[in-house]
Structure formats: structure tokens, C-alpha cells
Design a protein around this ligand. Structure first.
Ligand code: FAD
Length: 435
């Protein structure tokens, strides 16, 4: 009998645990360990940050759903991974041993990189978790009662730019709805990207044009190639650099309410494992999602190391988006199954295709990058009201999938295959054109 443990029950961990259970016969055990006892649909957190969604609408308790499928669930934080002994030490001191481990622990938010930027320290909020988004909503309500300057954007080293654009545009739309947009003395977007719409992937389709026009239409002032040095006494201290990375100017912006996506790192329990990770605490994996050092450890999602796509004047990272994460998970599950069933030579690769819907308040922007990292076969960024509606539908669909325990229903697989989008390399048909 083999015991497979999935660590972290987020966008990657939940599909992983269902797929693993489905892949293995009943004699094998599958355990899910996660710090929280609930699942949250992270892409909806920007809506929570303006009160368009509540926690109840985008979360659900994990236990009944996974236990129904014969999966053991432990709601605890992993404090340490003893990779040589193949054991995990939990917060209560108990140990869980594994034959195979899939790490899907997501990001550690490195607020410590910028003094004063933690949501509990000052005006800069986060929407990275539902807890943060609820706190952001409280601060936003205080802003509505007593309006002041807004700053949003992306910190140096960040790799998840999309939600910063989303939240900026959603806040702008919400202010307009409330008739308060003209009460905001300044609204700025400060980003480490070398140009608007770079998104950590050298842009996709016309992301630069669409996002620049969107911010301009909302009267948002844009600052690129910026590093936030500190947030203090209602001011953001910023350094802007030129293309060579040399300082162009330093300046301050007043801020009463803000949201900046921080740089991500790996979580401590994972980062501390000797030889497992890079210097940022992300797991070093091969093309089959397997750890370079520990053959019984696999990793997927934000937890893995992906090099930046290019050197930018202020460091930026490559994002790990939802469909890409699901493709990593499916590959990891296939490879563990092959190992357990004695087919060790059979190894599968995820396609790392990126399909993403970003909400912009009243409309939305969708991108398809096949694969996410250049060179690409498909490179498309489109916007319209339909994307806003598609994102709302996708939220309901993904939550339903994670409750019912089917990671990739046949109709989803079929629909994506029709568009030439698959999770695994071996499923890929001849290249098709999407225009
Ligand atoms: C605000 C926001 C919006 C986004 N929107 C989109 C979008 O619209 N489309 C898209 O494609 N991508 C989006 N992304 C990017 C990405 O898809 C998400 O961040 C996604 O949730 C990452 O999945 P993950 O499984 O790697 O990590 P997560 O979903 O963050 O899951 C990590 C899990 O690990 C658990 N964990 C962490 N440490 C431990 C520990 N020590 N012990 C036990 N459990 C632990 C956490 O509690 C959590 O359950 C968004 C990201 C953010 C931050």
C-alpha cells in the first residue's frame, strides 16, 4: 500500500487530491493536509475587497467533501518536512509519514521586503487571501466615509500582476457606482513592470494597449519601473529606474487607501528543507513536477520555482495561473500513479497553458497564452462585457467542481480540446490557430 500526501488545499491542492484518489485503487491511501479547514476561491478575493462578494459565497468547509471521496483530511499547518525520513511534522507535534508528497502550499507573502507595507501596519492592503480581502474591504469602507488618495499596484519582485489591475479597475468602477470617484484627489498605479500589461510574461496579445487604455479611462496615473522602498505616515516612498536599472528619480505619493501585490516566496516549512528549494523558497522541480533532489516529492502551483522570463530593470517574476497550475497537478498525479503501479519510465509533462479571466469591474479581459512562457503558439488578450460574465460563471463552476470532487469533467476537457488547450503534453494534438 502507498500513502500519498497532498500539502495545501488551494487551487492546486484540491484538484490534486481528487485526481490522486481517482487515479489510485482503494488499497492506497490519500491524505490532504492544509492550514485552513476551508477552501477559498482566490480569484474572487478582489470582489470581496469591495464588498461585491462575502466570505460565505467564495469559501466552503473542505472536510465533508473530501471525506465523502475516501480522502483523509488534516486541518493543520505543517511546521516541518523531514524529507529524508519522508515525514511531515504538524503544528500539534504529530507526524505524518508519506510515500509520495505533492507540495501545493502556494505563496508566502513577503510584506517584510517593504517596511510599512503589511496590511496591519498602515494603509496598504492585500487581497491575496480572503482574510486580507475582508480587511481591505474594512479599509475601503473607511475611505468611502472619508475619501483620500489611492495607490495600487505591484511591489518589486512580484509575480502576480493581474489581480492588481483587476482590483484597481474594480475599485474605480465601484467608486463611480457610488458617485464618489470625483472625491478621490489622486488615484495612482505603481508597478515594478517595465511597461503596463507586461504581467511578468512580456505581455500577451494587446495586454499593454487594453490595460493602458483602461487605466487612462478611469483617470489613474501610471508609474512603471518602480520600486516601493517604504510606506510611512500616509506616504509611499518610491524609486523609479531607467531601462538600465539606474535611478531616475525618487518621489513620494500620498496614500489613504492602497493595495499592492507583494513579492511571493515559498512558505517556511517548504523553504527550510535542505536542497529542496531555490533562494526564494520555491521548490526546484523537473519537467515532470518532481523535486530535483527528492524523487518522492512533487510540487505544483505557486510553490514551484520558475525563472523570470526576462531580466527587467526592477525584478519581476513569472506568474503561475490557474489552468497552468491544474496542468502541473495532473502531470504530478500521472507520474506518481506510474511510479506506484510500477511504470516508472512513463513520465508525463503538463502543458503549462495559461487561460485567464480578469475582471475589470464592468467589463473584463481574457488572455490565452499557449504555453504561458514564450515562444507561444497562441497569444491572445481580449476584453469585453462577456469576460466579466464569464468570470462570474467560472467562479460558480470551479466552486461546484471542488465541492463535487471532479477536477476535470469530460465536457470541460472536450471544450478545451476543441480550442487546442490540454493539460498534458501527451494529449496535445497538432497546433491550431486561435485568432
Ligand atoms: C488575488 C489573486 C487573484 C488571482 N486570480 C487569478 C485568476 O483570476 N486566474 C488565474 O488563473 N490565476 C489567478 N491567480 C493566481 C493563482 O491561480 C492563485 O494564486 C492560486 O490560488 C494559486 O494556487 P496554489 O495552489 O499554488 O496556492 P493557494 O491556492 O494559495 O493554496 C495554498 C494552500 O496551502 C496552504 N498552506 C500554506 N502553507 C501551509 C503549511 N505550512 N501547511 C499546510 N497548509 C499550508 C494554504 O492554507 C492554502 O490552502 C490569482 C492570485 C491571487 C493572489
Amino acid at each position: 500500500m502507498a500513502h500519498v500526501v497532498i500539502l495545501g488545499a488551494g487551487t492546486g491542492g484540491m484538484p490534486a487530491v481528487y485526481e490522486m484518489r481517482e487515479a489510485l485503487s482503494a488499497e492506497h491511501q490519500v491524505t490532504l493536509i492544509s492550514a485552513d479547514d476551508y477552501f477559498q476561491f482566490v480569484p474572487s478575493n478582489p470582489w470581496v475587497g469591495v464588498g461585491w462578494r462575502t466570505r460565505e459565497k467564495i469559501t466552503f468547509p473542505i472536510r465533508p467533501h473530501v471525506e465523502r471521496k475516501g480522502i483523509r483530511f488534516i486541518a493543520q499547518t505543517a511546521e516541518k518536512i523531514e524529507a529524508q525520513q519522508q515525514e511531515i511534522i504538524l503544528a500539534d507535534g504529530s507526524k505524518v509519514s508519506y510515500d509520495y508528497l505533492i507540495i501545493t502550499t502556494g505563496p508566502w507573502m513577503a510584506f517584510e521586503n517593504v517596511p510599512g507595507s503589511h496590511p496591519h501596519e498602515g494603509p496598504i492592503q492585500s487581497i491575496c487571501t480572503v482574510d486580507h480581502a475582508e480587511k481591505a474591504y474594512q479599509s475601503y469602507q473607511a475611505l468611502l466615509a472619508d475619501p483620500g488618495p489611492i495607490v495600487m499596484g505591484v511591489m518589486a519582485g512580484a509575480s502576480c500582476m493581474g489581480p492588481a489591475y483587476e482590483y484597481a479597475m474594480i475599485v474605480a468602477a465601484d467608486l463611480k457606482k457610488r458617485g464618489l470617484r470625483d472625491k478621490i484627489p489622486s488615484f495612482s498605479f505603481v508597478t515594478s513592470e517595465p511597461y503596463i500589461g507586461h504581467l511578468g510574461i512580456q505581455g500577451v496579445g494587446d495586454s499593454t494597449g487594453i490595460l493602458s487604455r483602461g487605466l487612462e479611462a478611469e483617470g489613474v496615473d501610471v508609474y512603471i519601473n518602480c520600486r516601493v522602498d517604504e510606506v510611512k505616515d500616509g506616504k509611499m516612498f518610491i524609486t523609479q529606474v531607467n531601462e538600465e536599472g539606474a535611478t531616475l528619480k525618487t518621489f513620494t505619493l500620498p496614500v489613504k487607501f492602497g493595495m499592492m501585490i507583494p513579492a511571493f516566496k515559498g512558505v517556511p516549512a517548504v523553504a527550510q528543507v535542505e536542497g529542496l528549494c531555490n533562494e526564494s523558497g520555491f521548490v526546484l522541480v523537473d519537467e515532470h513536477q518532481r523535486s530535483l533532489k527528492y524523487p518522492h516529492i512533487f510540487a505544483a502551483g505557486i510553490a514551484i520555482a520558475i525563472p523570470p522570463v526576462e531580466k527587467t530593470p526592477i525584478p519581476t517574476g513569472a506568474p503561475k495561473t490557474g489552468y497552468m497550475i491544474e496542468s502541473m497537478v495532473t502531470a504530478a498525479v500521472h507520474n506518481i500513479q506510474a511510479d506506484i503501479e510500477g511504470r516508472k519510465g512513463e513520465q508525463t509533462r503538463g502543458t503549462w497553458n495559461a487561460v485567464c479571466f480578469a475582471d475589470m469591474g464592468t467589463y473584463g479581459a481574457a488572455f490565452v497564452a499557449l504555453p504561458q512562457l514564450r515562444p507561444r503558439r497562441v497569444d491572445m488578450f481580449a476584453s469585453g462585457r462577456w469576460v466579466h460574465l464569464a468570470k462570474v460563471a467560472f467562479e460558480k463552476y470551479f466552486l461546484h467542481k471542488m465541492k463535487s470532487g471532479v477536477s476535470e469533467p469530460f465536457y470541460e476537457k472536450y471544450m478545451f480540446q476543441m480550442m487546442g488547450i490540454t493539460r498534458l503534453e501527451k494529449e496535445k494534438k497538432a497546433d491550431r490557430k486561435v485568432s
